[in-house]
Ligand binder design. Structure first.
Ligand SMILES: [Zn+2]
Ligand SMILES: [Zn+2]
Length: 341
């Protein structure tokens, strides 16, 4: 019997789950982001401006869903310079009416454009003391836990840009997902395509998902090679484009991460995982054990592959690589869950 790892029914909605606008340090207004991303086939944007949870319900329509979200940073102690390590995370509200940011703290963005433009929507008490951010595994795991407990989907962002290694992020608990692709950082020359980091997370016991995002700031205009939009997207499969339906698909992991290639179907049947995709020159399976599988295109590009998946494998995650060297990554699916009932 087929067990669908991506839902059999529903539609794929193209999403950018990490985005900056003029509310913080991005160059496009929230409206321009909607316009430009819709023209590129997107239906969902998580507006993750720095430090401020600003909803954009005015942008919602039947073909576009803005998610309420924000990005927080924690810097290592000392002067902020090119040597300074840091940790960034995005928090996406699962419920549309959850407008209370956790770990609230004052920053230049709190009193900047956000206050100016959206003062009526910024929900915080100006007398409230700052949450004291601490750059340590405990401090970061605490922020992620507070986010989860308060009903947010929490992602861990761009480890390469942050100068973080496995000695840091392997100890961060409570995230829902990590960025396997951060398009802006990749565009800027950082090695923020992170499949090995994702395996490290999984091998250290974290059952987390992977997302591909833009983290766009659009400092360079559309069409310029340095423009950081449309470099990483998450394809969410859901029945309809409605806030809670989409965030519920995020919670369940009903999505894949991509720089370009498409995954059309993914299911488990008779001890094998089957994938259908857009043209690929290479499809690989990683298992979290000492076993790997790879299929290479011959004269024609591949559009499907099947990989054995045994009950004593740890997990399976599949990577598509297209002719341009761009990747699509599935989430990891654990053997004990796939083989359950
Ligand atoms: Zn960031
Ligand atoms: Zn960002």
């Amino acid at each position: 019997m087929k067990k669908y790892l991506l839902p059999e029914t529903g539609n794929f909605y193209k999403a950018n789950l990490h985005c900056h606008t003029t509310v913080s340090d991005g160059r496009w207004t929230p409206e321009e982001v909607k316009k430009n991303y819709m023209a590129a086939g997107y239906s969902v944007i998580a507006y993750t401006d720095h430090d401020v949870l600003i909803p954009h319900p005015e942008l919602a329509d039947e073909n576009f869903l803005p998610l309420n979200s924000y990005e927080m940073e924690v810097n290592a102690p000392g002067k902020w310079d090119k040597h300074c390590k840091c940790c960034h995370m995005c928090l996406i509200a699962l419920e549309p009416d959850n407008l209370t940011p956790v770990c609230w703290h004052r920053s230049k963005y709190t009193w900047g454009n956000a206050k100016e433009i959206y003062s009526s929507q910024v929900k915080f008490d100006e007398n409230e003391p700052d949450y004291e951010r601490v750059y340590s595994p405990e401090g970061i795991s605490d922020m992620m836990k507070r986010g989860r407990d308060a009903g947010f989907f929490v992602t861990y962002n761009h480890p390469a840009w942050s100068l973080e290694t496995a000695l840091d992020f392997a100890f961060y608990e409570n995230m829902n997902a990590m960025e396997i692709v951060n398009g802006s950082c990749v565009t800027a020359g950082f090695d923020d395509y992170n499949p090995a980091a994702y395996d490290t997370m999984l091998l250290t016991g974290k059952r987390i998902y992977c997302v591909a995002t833009d983290d766009n700031h659009d400092v360079q205009p559309l069409g310029h090679p340095g423009n950081d939009s449309f470099k990483g997207f998450t394809m969410i499969k859901a029945d309809k484009l409605e806030y809670r339906t989409i965030t519920s698909a995020l919670e369940k992991g009903n999505f894949y991460a991509s720089q370009g290639p498409e995954i059309k179907a993914l299911w488990f049947e008779d001890g094998k995982v089957h994938i259908e995709c857009s043209g690929a020159r290479r499809i690989t399976a990683n298992y979290g054990v000492r076993r790997g599988r790879k299929v290479e295109a011959d004269s024609e590009l591949l559009t499907s592959a099947s990989f054995g998946f045994a009950p004593d494998d740890n997990y399976i995650r599949i990577t598509i690589e297209d002719e341009n060297g761009l990747h699509a990554n599935t989430n990891a699916y654990f053997a004990d869950e796939v083989y359950k009932d």
